[in-house]
Write a protein that binds this ligand. Structure first.
Ligand code: SF4
Length: 61
């Protein structure tokens, strides 16, 4: 799988008072409503490869 470099822009989330959301949501170009309201859980998408992203399965297609 080819991966291209993505430069994130936007605000960083506060490490002092983290919200229940994906911490990349303010900076992720793929963020949707659920990314701002639900913290993604860590899941294994390939043997030995874990990610916490609501859209990980979608990106693997
Ligand atoms: S859960 Fe995935 S798609 Fe959503 S903001 Fe985080 S990294 Fe982006």
């Amino acid at each position: 799988m080819e991966r291209k470099r993505i430069l994130l822009q936007g605000e960083l989330t506060s490490p002092i008072n983290p919200k229940k959301c994906c911490r990349f949501a303010p900076r992720c170009p793929y963020a949707s409503e659920e990314c701002f309201t639900q913290e993604p859980i860590m899941q294994e998408i390939l043997p030995g490869h874990n990610v916490a992203c609501h859209k990980a399965a979608q990106f693997m297609k």
